[in-house]
Design a protein around this ligand. Structure first.
Ligand code: SF4
Length: 315
């Protein structure tokens, strides 16, 4: 059986003198290896059960984009208990979505999810569309979310590239420790070349590679000894060369405008009504940074000015 050689998604390190190794494994064997591992090791998550509706899958994908599973789980359960369908959420004010989002972070996702629920209710009969292009047309739904919902809710065949998948492919296929900062066309070609032909298998492959990246091929401490791809991984075969690309973005939070925005929004979430300037001023000592953060919240539609010095969540 011929082995597949996949075009590298990320250039080899500048110091490399020979062609980088690639994942030389027949595609059917690659698929069965990852799918077998997933079958044995997948976490039991509520959005992966057969009972999870397309709406539940969509909610999970919005929440999981920038938040770990552990923090998403209780928020996901509470969200679906309150709004089991898109129409339920659409009937509520966007500010309620922001309130329920709580401390998940990046709260614009709550507004976007509310916007998607309104569009689904008004334009699609209250049902999450099963067509990738229609999903992509919904507010707040980008390439990744459309592909993920189409794959995981409707078992379709799409390239699903999140940070975990990109990292696995960068290491196992291309032989570098980390992918480029932003997704490249070459990465999409690599992912497409590896996708199983059968739609249902492709959907499981997508979540299987994602799970491998989340549990084994992690960003800082890959557990290569327990990885099903260990003997075939291009990065391993190259001797685990260290990352040589541009500095990777950190996740600093303390002292940033993001932190101030979080504090301001927490006051508004807890208030259940209008809030005066004095209560907002109490959350952060730097008046310039505080004003900048509040202006940003207003510009993003997360906070509504009612009158001079009075604010509330959007109605
Ligand atoms: S062997 Fe290590 S680096 Fe390669 S795919 Fe597995 S966990 Fe990732």
């Amino acid at each position: 059986m011929a082995a597949i050689t996949v075009t590298p998604a990320v250039p080899a390190p500048a110091s490399a003198t020979a062609a980088p190794p690639s994942l030389s494994l027949p595609l059917p064997l690659l698929h069965s290896t990852v799918l077998g591992w997933y079958d044995a090791h997948a976490r039991d998550l509520p959005w992966r059960t057969p009972e999870a509706s397309p709406w539940a899958v969509m909610v999970s994908e919005f929440m999981l984009q920038q938040t770990p599973v552990k923090r998403v789980l209780p928020a996901y359960e509470a969200w679906l208990e309150r709004w089991p369908t898109p129409a339920d959420l659409a009937a509520d004010a966007p500010g309620e979505a922001v309130r329920m989002w709580g401390r998940l972070g990046y709260p614009r996702r709550a507004l976007r999810l509310h916007g998607a629920a309104v569009a689904i209710t008004e334009q699609h009969g209250g049902l999450v569309p099963d067509d990738h292009a229609t999903l992509l047309s919904l507010p707040g739904v980008g390439e990744y979310t459309a592909a993920a919902v189409a794959s995981f809710a409707f078992r379709q065949r799409h390239v699903v590239l999140d940070t975990n998948v990109r990292r696995v492919f960068a290491r196992a296929v291309t032989g570098v420790e980390y992918p480029a900062q932003a997704t490249t066309a070459a990465e999409r070609r690599t992912a497409a070349a590896l996708l199983p032909d059968d739609a249902g298998t492709a959907a499981t492959w997508a979540v299987g590679v994602m799970e491998l990246g989340a549990l084994v091929c992690t960003a800082r401490g890959p557990e290569c000894g327990g990885c099903p791809l260990f003997s075939h991984c291009a990065w391993q075969r190259a001797g685990c060369p260290p990352y040589e690309g541009p500095a990777r973005r950190g996740q600093t939070y303390e002292g940033t405008d993001r932190q101030v925005r979080g504090k301001l929004l927490a006051v508004l979430r807890d208030a259940h009504g209008e809030v005066g300037q004095a209560r907002l001023d109490a959350v952060w000592p730097d008046a310039v940074q505080r004003a900048r953060a509040l202006d940003g919240l207003v510009a993003d539609g997360l906070v509504e000015p009612v009158e001079q010095g009075v604010y509330r969540l959007p109605q």
